[in-house]
Write a protein of this length. Sequence first.
Length: 381
Amino acid sequence: MSTTNIGLPKIRLAFEQAAKDIFTRAKKGTVGVVVKDTKAAGVYTVRDETDIPSQLGETNRAYALRALIGSDLGKPNSMLLIVYDGTGDEGQTALKAALGGLTGQEVDYLAAPHDATEAELTAVKDFVLAYRKRNPTLAAVLPKVAADDRGIINYTSEAAVGAETFTPAQYCSRIAGVFAGVPTTASATNLTLSEVTAVKALAAAEQTEEEAQSAAIGRGELILTCDGIRCKIARAVNSYVSLKADETTAMCKVKITEAEGLVSYRTGQVIDQEWLGRVVNSYDNRCLLIVELQLMFQSLEQQGLFLPGTTGAEIDIQAQRTYMEDNGVNCAEMTDQEIKQYEDLGEHVFWRAYGKFADVMEDFDGRFVRGGQALDSGESA
C-alpha cells in the first residue's frame, strides 16, 4: 500500500479530534453580540458579567447580558462581544470593520446591535451570508429580516417581561444566546423563556391566533407563544422558505441547519489541514481517506447526531467516471471497481459522504381510545 506523508496515526487523530470538536459544540456554543457604543470599542471574550467592559452604556450592557441567560437546556459557553463606535457611520464602514472581528473566531449565533438601522441590518445579513460560504457554522438572529436563507433567523415577536416590553430588535441577543446554549441533539422548539410574561398577539380580523402563528412560521418567522402557563419559542425555524423540489422542511429547521454546517465545516478543515497538498493521490490513499471519514461519521452517529445506520462515505464513482471521460479515458467497458481503482486522477479526489441527521420530537399525533382496547381489537363507539 502507498504511504502518506503524514502517517496513519496523525490522520486518525485529526478525524477523531474533528468528531470531538463537533460533539463539544453539540453541547453548547458561542454567541456573538455586536453593539454600538462611543466607549469601550474592541472585541471581548465574555464568560460572565465581570468580563463586560465597565465603560459600556447600561442599555448595551443589558443587551449583552441577555445573551448569557440561556435556557434549561444550557447556556452559551461564552460570548464574543464586539463594540464599535457607530457615530456617523452612514456607509456602515465601521460596522463592516467591526464584523471583521469574527474572522478566525468560533461564533455560532450572532446578534446585531439592538439599535441597528435597516441599512445596518442589511449589512449584517450580507456579511453572514458571505461568511457562511466559507464557514457555514455561523448564523444570525435578526429582527424582522425575511432573508429567505438558512443562515438567518428572522425573529419577529414583541415580548413583555413584567412591565417592560421588548421589541424584536431588543431581544435578538436573548434568542441568539438561547440557540448557542441548546445542544445540537436537541431543539429550541417549545423552549421556555421563563422571564417572559406575555407576547403581543398576531391575529388580525377573521383569524384565530393559532392561524396567525402558523402563518408566521410558514413565512419563516421565529416567534414566541404563550399558552397561559408559559411563554416559549413556537418552532425553531430559520428564514428559509423557498424550498426546491428536492428539499424537505428539515432545511428550515435551526437544529438540522446547525448540524449540517458543523459536520461540513469540520470535515473540510481536516481535509484542508491534513490532506490537501500533503498526501500522494493514489487509490490506496483515497481508500484510507474513505475509511477515516467512515469512522468519523460512525462516531457522530453514536453520539446521536445522525440516525443509526444511515452514515457512510465512499468514492464518488459517478463523479470520477465523468472526470475520466472528460479527460479522454474510455470508460465504456470499465466496471465500477475498475473506475474506483483508476490511478491517474491528477490532483482530483472524488468522494461522497452521507447520513440522515437525527431530528427531535416536535409533532405528536395521538389519541385516547375509550375502554383501553388495542387497535386490532376494535374501538369502542
